[in-house]
Design a binder for this molecule. Structure first.
Ligand code: ADP
Length: 496
């Protein structure tokens, strides 16, 4: 097997800046790829959130330029090398575009930044400038989500990118609902041939320009983060969010690869952020974590055997919180306590702070982004609830398995691919699964989980089954390499 020069492009990555699961993926996948012997670069914006001192970022180039909206925008390049051979993380430093309080949204309005078209159009152009300045012409550019969707398009249609003749592209969709759609004028800012913006072409989407569509249309291959989600997004508007037709047209080029888990961060036997370590051979620490969690969120100790249900999530419609709202009264009447951590839509902030006021002994709602709390909730809860309307992969159910926190999930996307419904009689399953997007079904499944919880032996066997499962990146990284090679072969045969 020959090794590859791989450029990953992502708008966020752990540990530098994170809003969701994409950051976990973009943090871990490059490390696994480099460990397999490949030469890997990860590029992302230098946001205000990135701690230059902590991560020892060094300026590697200055006075570079990338053109957007008819302007040559100057930027600098920063670098750091996590301690892995052949891996470097590169940061695009442009204060005007990235030195802001949030990554994608203006907190003063709650809306996306008004110039996201320019910010991420610039980002894609700047990525190519960096390749040139660092003399790093990759075999494959792997872009992620709409923010880097223009890259495959630029390589295919922009004559000024002819210096990448042998670079193939893979475009990963982490969530089809985020599309990077902008008014038609935005197309003019990209400096591309006007005729490319045509109905039913690679950029046009209902008269607007869509960076997501450009990624899907022009990349050599496409993937998403679970096999079920790859099927779902082609199947209907409900899952495809308008892109089902475009995706179906590229069905032969669309794959599903489940995300892995970085067990150096998410494993209770090594986790430095939790009060007591534990693992399948030594479960005692989990009880200490449960007590610590209860104390920390100020839930009363009603009885020791009441299960705590954890929820950690962006508070978005996707995540199924309307189901919780519909049966909130019944849910609060159960012998459970809930700890919820999340930020997002205002309506859900209201919902959960109201519930907390009404049921202070039953629910603690922490409406913030707090990584340390996320670890404590994974470690200290007994169950973890993810009633998602759709879920491309989902990471928290996989973290939960490792922490002995049994997931209760709706059967969709990556949740369907990773969680098998419990059958205590046969001794199978690693979680509790309901199929229909329906509040009663969710409630009944939670009730069933609570019944099983009462039998400590059965519960422990199930916990141990989940804790011993392996969702590490090793297998998924190898699948990505296979896909990169497929994309490279596809491009080579198109040239020949
Ligand atoms: P998505 O990418 O749709 O947000 P995932 O389950 O794939 O969902 O990943 C979510 C990631 O973000 C997980 O690592 C989760 O722990 C983290 N996360 C979400 N909300 C918060 C929060 N409020 N505080 C800390 N971590 C959070």
């Amino acid at each position: 097997m020959s090794f590859l020069k791989i450029l990953l492009v992502s708008p966020e990555a752990v540990p530098y800046a994170k809003t969701g699961g994409l950051a976990d993926v973009a943090g871990a996948l490059p490390q696994s790829l480099a460990k397999l012997g490949n030469t890997v670069r990860l590029v992302m914006p230098l946001y205000r959130h990135v701690d230059k001192d902590k991560f020892d970022l060094k300026q590697a180039a200055s006075g570079l330029t990338a053109r957007i909206a008819g302007r040559d925008e100057k930027f600098n390049l920063y670098k750091c090398g996590p301690d892995i051979e052949d891996l470097e993380v590169l940061f695009i430093d442009h204060n005007g575009f990235f030195d802001r309080p949030e990554l994608y949204r203006d907190p003063s309005t709650g809306n996306d930044w008004h110039d996201n078209d320019e910010r991420f159009g610039f980002f894609c152009r700047a990525v190519l400038e960096i390749c040139r300045s660092q003399n790093f012409i990759p075999d494959i550019i792997h872009s992620n989500d709409w923010q880097s969707g223009l890259l495959p398009a630029l390589l295919k249609v922009d004559p000024s990118c002819s210096d990448f003749p042998n670079t193939s592209t893979l475009f990963s969709i982490h969530n089809i609902a985020y599309q990077g759609n902008f008014p038609p004028d935005s197309f003019d800012k990209l400096g591309l041939e006007k005729s490319l913006f045509a109905p039913a072409g690679g950029f046009e989407y209902w008269k607007n320009i869509s960076y997501l569509k450009a990624g899907i249309w022009y990349s050599d291959l496409i993937n998403t983060v679970s096999e079920t989600y790859a099927k779902e997004i082609q199947s209907s508007n409900e899952y495809g969010y308008g892109f089902e037709g475009v995706l179906k047209d590229r069905s032969d080029d669309l794959f599903g690869i489940l995300n892995g888990i970085d067990y150096s961060i998410w494993d209770p036997s090594v986790d430095e952020l939790i009060p007591a370590k534990f693992g399948p051979e030594k479960l005692a620490g989990k009880k200490r974590c449960k007590n610590a969690l209860r104390k920390k969120v100020k839930l009363p100790m009603v009885r020791r055997d009441i299960p705590i249900i954890g929820v950690i999530s962006r508070l978005a419609d996707q995540k199924g919180f309307d189901l919780i709202e519909q049966v909130a009264g019944d849910l609060m009447a159960l012998d459970i306590q809930i700890v919820l951590l999340g930020t997002g839509d205002e309506k859900y902030h209201k919902l959960f702070s109201t519930l907390q006021k009404k049921y202070p002994r039953k629910i603690a709602a922490l409406l913030e982004f707090n990584n340390e709390m996320a670890h404590l909730i994974e470690a200290g809860s007994d169950m973890f609830l993810m009633p998602s309307r759709y879920e491309p992969c989902g990471l928290n159910q996989l973290y939960s398995l490792r922490y002995g926190t049994i997931p209760i999930v709706r059967k969709t996307g990556g949740l369907a691919d990773t969680i098998e419904n419990a059958n205590p009689v046969r001794g199978t399953g690693n979680g509790f699964v309901f199929a229909k997007y329906d509040a009663r079904e969710m409630l009944n499944t939670i009730k069933f989980a609570c019944e099983v919880y009462r039998d400590k032996n059965v519960w422990e066997i199930m916990m141990l089954r989940g804790m011993r499962q392996d969702f590490s990146w090793d297998a998924s990284a190898k699948k990505y390499i296979e896909l990169y090679n497929k994309a490279i072969a596809k491009k080579a045969s198109a040239i020949a």
